[in-house]
Design a protein around this ligand. Structure first.
Ligand code: NDP
Ligand code: GDR
Length: 370
């Protein structure tokens, strides 16, 4: 039985990857940060009581900013594969916490690689590094491939640039099987609530249910190549099953604006939206409503721009060229943008319908301390 260790197991990708590897018969270990709440919502369905026999999924407390725990856990687990998904992953937040981001996302990767080396596991343990399309930053060429030069545009991307190159360096210096997956944006119903897609699908669900008046957004012109996290964790797995470690771009090859994503999401709740005005005065207005009984009305202003969400330096356009992954890994995404949006809006509608029902029935679990 193969043993995998996942950093960032409580995150979006960690949850999908843990599930995938368990299905493939792996014994899966995850590193989880200690926090004042459990914070295991995304992986609770995988939890196994450690008192049971034959436990296949195990969590360890640890942090990428502390090499002592990384060395201890890797020594104990003796993993065949490590997936380094742990990171301070929010681009805008990285402008507010640049030093912490560098420590976790950049030096954290070094700590992990060095732990494997110090423990004499360079020939046993294969390493996947969660690299990112944010490395491309300021557009140098499109579509972006493994050969496109990098030009990072945030403390997050600069930290990930270090992580990218230290992974390449350990591969070359110590002949380790270590590779970078340069993944473009990937989303799902498990996506963190402050990333743009999930913010939109949550907002649309709440607006449709009459639980919110307006959605405030940042740069509507930004273009992203959005895929589904479920497809992208398959690629991570495939990258560690090759004869030779290499770096791969994982993307759909199609790009859309934030505005397009908003329109598609409103269509899922039977609303046709039109955008009027420009710059910070641009508004999203309901043009027509198909769904009977909708709490939204034609002419209603549901989307507005708030410059608070603008970034000091923005990445305007990302579109990936996944042809190497298609040719060498046989990887192809199963989801298109329409299917992704449908799944995300449906999941958030379910979530907020139940929250609304509970409130209407007098259960106010959220305000239990008021
Ligand atoms: P999430 O933000 O959902 O998850 C990040 C995970 O990292 C969480 O489990 C988080 O723990 C953990 N983490 C944060 N800080 C530390 C730390 N100091 N030590 C240990 N663990 C830590 O990200 P995603 O799942 O979306 O992304 C996974 C990885 O892939 C990240 O490295 C991200 O930068 C990268 N990436 C993501 C893309 C995407 O579109 N999703 C695209 C390209 C790259 P906690 O739950 O406690 O916060
Ligand atoms: P990104 O994702 O920065 O690409 O990083 P995010 O969803 O945060 O932003 C995408 C684009 O949307 C614009 N935008 C907004 N973004 C947020 N969060 N909130 C808003 O209200 C808003 N309005 C417009 C942004 O300016 C940006 O252009 C994600 C993360 O998962 C990284 O960890 C990962 O490496 C990259 O994707 C690939």
């Amino acid at each position: 039985m193969k043993i995998a260790l996942i950093t960032g197991v409580t995150g979006q990708d960690g949850a999908y990857l843990a599930q995938l590897l368990l299905k493939k018969g792996y014994s899966v270990h995850g590193i989880k940060r200690r926090s004042s709440l459990f914070n295991t919502n995304r992986i609770d369905h995988l939890y196994q009581d450690p008192h049971e026999t034959n436990v296949k999924f195990k969590l360890h407390y640890g942090d990428l900013t502390d090499s002592t725990n990384l060395i201890r856990i890797i020594q104990e687990v003796q993993p065949d594969e490590i997936y380094n998904l742990g990171a301070m992953s929010h681009v805008q937040v990285s402008f507010e916490t640049p030093e912490y981001t560098a420590d976790t996302d950049g030096v954290g990767t070094l700590r992990l690689l060095e732990a494997v080396r110090l423990l004499g596991l360079t020939q046993k343990t294969r390493i996947y590094q969660a690299s990112t399309s944010e490395l491309y930053g300021l557009v140098q060429e499109i579509p972006q491939s493994e050969k496109t030069p990098f030009y990072p545009r945030s403390p997050y991307a600069v930290a990930k640039l270090y992580a990218y190159w230290i992974t390449v360096n350990y591969r070359e210096a110590y002949k380790m099987y270590a590779c970078n997956g340069i993944l473009f944006n990937h989303e799902s119903p498990l996506r963190g609530e402050t990333f743009v897609t999930r913010k939109i699908t949550r907002g649309v669900a709440k607006l449709a249910l009459g639980m919110q008046d307006k959605l405030f957004m940042g740069n509507l012109d930004a273009k992203r190549d959005w895929g589904h996290a479920k497809d992208y964790v398959e690629a991570m797995f495939l990258m560690l099953q090759q004869d030779k470690a290499e770096d791969f771009v994982i993307a759909t090859g199609i790009t859309n604006t934030v505005r397009d994503f908003i329109k598609l999401s409103f269509e899922e709740v039977g609303v046709e939206l039109e955008f009027k005005g420009s710059g910070i005065d641009e508004k999203g207005i309901v043009k027509s409503v198909v769904t009977a009984g909708s709490s939204l009305k034609p002419g209603q202003e549901v989307v507005a721009v708030d410059p608070r969400y603008f970034r000091p330096t923005e990445v305007d356009l990302l579109i990936g060229d996944p042809s190497k992954a298609q040719a060498r890994l046989g990887w192809k995404p199963k989801y298109d943008l329409g299917a992704l949006v449908k799944e995300m809006v449906a999941a958030d509608m379910e979530l907020f319908k139940s929250e609304k029902l509970l409130k209407e029935a007098g259960y106010n679990i959220l305000n239990q301390f008021e």
